[in-house]
Design a protein around this ligand. Structure first.
Ligand code: TYD
Length: 136
């Protein structure tokens, strides 16, 4: 899977005078089954998160509140995204390195993930990731 497969997905938004509602269905709005949800919050100013790639995991990253920047990197090209609306999600396919920074105060980053947490699914070393990504 390639960097071009990673993209902003606009999710359904039901608006009425009482507020907005957004929903996400496995294999409908996103190209995978959701098996885990996690969220990152109380991020101190200036913090950088991410700094890893996944071997097999698919993810949708949503700014549930506030905003942050995500830089995706396939080892050859990089693409930067600014997430600031809870009806947009960034789909991140396997084998893509990500760095997340520029968190606004009170931001909440939610991830819908295709599988449970397995540390073996991570590349945490950029050189290991590069070798695996571009191995012939
Ligand atoms: P990590 O994925 O490195 O977070 P980030 O990319 O946001 O910086 O995870 C941070 C720590 O939390 C790490 O020790 C693994 C643990 N963790 C779990 O135990 N379960 C999970 O579902 C996730 C996402 C992380």
């Amino acid at each position: 899977m390639a960097l071009e497969d990673c993209r902003i997905i606009e999710l359904p938004k039901i608006s009425n005078p009482q507020g907005n509602l957004t929903f996400v269905e496995s294999n409908n709005h996103i190209p995978f089954d959701i098996n885990r949800v996690y969220y990152v919050y109380d991020v101190p100013g200036g913090a950088e998160r991410g700094g890893h790639a996944h071997k097999e995991l698919h993810q949708l990253i949503i700014a549930m509140s506030g905003s942050f920047d995500i830089t995706l990197d396939d080892g050859k090209n990089k693409k930067k995204f600014h997430l600031a609306r809870s009806y947009y999600g960034l789909y991140v396919c396997p084998m893509i390195w990500r760095e997340i920074d520029n968190f606004s105060s009170n931001s909440v980053l939610m991830v819908l993930a295709s599988n449970k947490y397995y540390e073996e699914d991570y590349y945490r070393d950029y050189d290991d990731f590069m070798r695996a990504r571009w191995a012939k």
